[in-house]
Write a new protein. Structure first.
Length: 449
């Protein structure tokens, strides 16, 4: 599939000059001060407990209320070095804002995410030299981080500020992982992800482009580094395993999101079918709509109740104009002259709960139908990227995920630690940051004896 496979359609839900306006516009200083003044500054703040990185929410909001924006940003960064991106992509409605005491009294929760963004935006407009100045290297041991995503970034920053020499090894031209390449642009723009990378680089973290396992082996990494952090995330999207998925016009959701984030002239037209029910499927559907698709239809093999996407994401997608189809399982992608032209579905019903706790999907005999389309975007989850570690280096792998001691991130090989999607199967950016930070603290303790 080439960049120019799709051209602007005759209709578009948003302006093609700006197809991805930000989801939550930034607060201006006056609005931020008013919102900050609503906070009760709870001493036992449930919002702090609900944050995986345990940002002191009342503290940073109080500093906004008193005009101390530098202090507010430093409070956030102390707990979460990726505070800028997390302010934009965190599902705050199920984390900090969902835990806000205001909700218990049927009041609107404090807009913690937007206040965090306000503080972090001001910080990046004029970075604090004391924060971004490299710490002196006070230890001889070097640490390597495999993968350039949020877990590795958090781990490397924490270790670097403690005086360790750290190198992040990633196979992509730009670090940042899914923050740079895989998060929908209306949530997080690549330039914002790269601003955080640049800040971490300014701390003295080295970034190196190489493909571990091919360009460089784990044996070579072990010779250079005393300890290694594995933060390589997950792999490519899982294949459907049905005929026709190699046709032109079929592109998995992560490649689709990466394509439009790295190719400004990428556009979509006609009718698009998205297959899947998670947050990535929702992101792809919304993006296709904004990129010019006349119609976007999302098909999920279970019912609305079982859909794993967050309710807020689902509700937003309906506003975007995405149409949803339930209890439909794809059986074949039908081509015409080498391109996807339709998807053949079978209706399903739900049986007794399976290993996931949701109703097992049972095809209904004789219920096949075809749905015409111009583009198909599968989004059924990512492959697990641990074949590099299978039966080697003494690192235990279970169900495709690295086995770790949760409080420390230490693997069964004491020279390796891990965090992020490669240990949890795919969660939020803030969870990866928390994993990286916990591992860094444990690695520093191990290196210091």
């Amino acid at each position: 599939m080439t960049k120019n496979d799709f051209t602007p359609g005759s209709e578009s839900p948003v302006s093609m000059e700006q197809p991805f306006p930000e989801l939550h516009p930034a607060l201006d200083p006056h609005a931020a001060a008013i919102e900050a003044s609503r906070c009760l500054f709870c001493y036992d703040a449930p919002c702090t407990a609900a944050c995986p990185t345990h940002i002191d929410v009342p503290r940073f909001i109080k500093k906004i209320a008193t005009g101390n924006l530098r202090g507010s940003a430093l409070t956030i960064l102390k707990s979460n070095v990726l505070g800028l991106s997390c302010a934009r992509v965190c599902p705050v409605d199920v984390l900090c804002e969902g835990a806000c005491v205001m909700v218990r009294d049927n009041y609107k929760p404090i807009e913690i995410g937007r206040l965090q963004r306000f503080a972090m935006d001001r910080f990046y407009e004029k970075p604090d030299p004391a924060w971004s100045t490299p710490s002196p290297i006070t230890h001889t041991e070097k640490v390597g981080c495999v993968g350039g995503g949020p877990a590795s970034l958090a781990c490397s920053a924490e270790l670097r500020r403690r005086g360790y020499s750290v190198t992040v090894i990633d196979n992509r031209p730009q670090p940042g992982g899914l923050n740079t390449y895989g998060v929908a642009e209306y949530k997080l723009r690549p330039q914002d992800s790269l601003r955080e990378v640049d800040m971490i680089r300014s701390l003295g973290v080295e970034f190196r482009q190489a493909l571990v396992g091919e360009g460089v082996s784990l044996e070579e990494i072990e010779k250079e580094f005393a300890l290694v952090f594995l933060g390589m995330g997950l792999g490519t999207m899982q294949r459907l395993g049905i005929p026709g998925e190699s046709l032109h016009g079929v592109i998995d959701a992560l490649r689709f999101i990466e394509r439009y984030k790295t190719s400004p002239d990428f556009r979509v037209k006609g009718r698009v079918v998205v297959l899947g029910g998670g947050n990535t499927a929702i992101d792809a559907a919304n993006a296709a709509r904004r990129l010019g698709a006349e119609e976007v239809h999302l098909f999920y093999r279970r019912s609305e109740r079982e859909m794993p996407a967050f309710k807020s994401e689902y509700d937003r997608s309906k506003v975007e104009g995405v149409r949803f189809h339930w209890l439909a399982q794809p059986m074949e992608i039908i081509g015409f002259e080498g391109r996807a032209a339709a998807v053949r579905f079978v209706e399903t019903r739900l049986g007794a709960p399976d290993h996931s706790g949701r109703g097992a999907v049972i095809p209904v005999p004789g219920s096949h139908y075809e749905f015409a389309c111009d583009m198909v975007i599968p989004a059924i989850g990512q492959e697990r990227l641990t074949t590099l570690l299978e039966n080697t280096r003494g690192i235990a792998v279970k169900n495709g995920l690295v086995v770790v001691d949760r409080p420390t991130g230490r693997t069964t090989n004491p020279r390796y630690f891990a965090g992020g999607d490669c240990i949890n199967g795919g969660r939020e950016v803030v969870d990866a940051v928390a994993d990286g930070k916990r591992a860094a603290l444990a690695m520093a303790e191990q290196l210091s004896g």
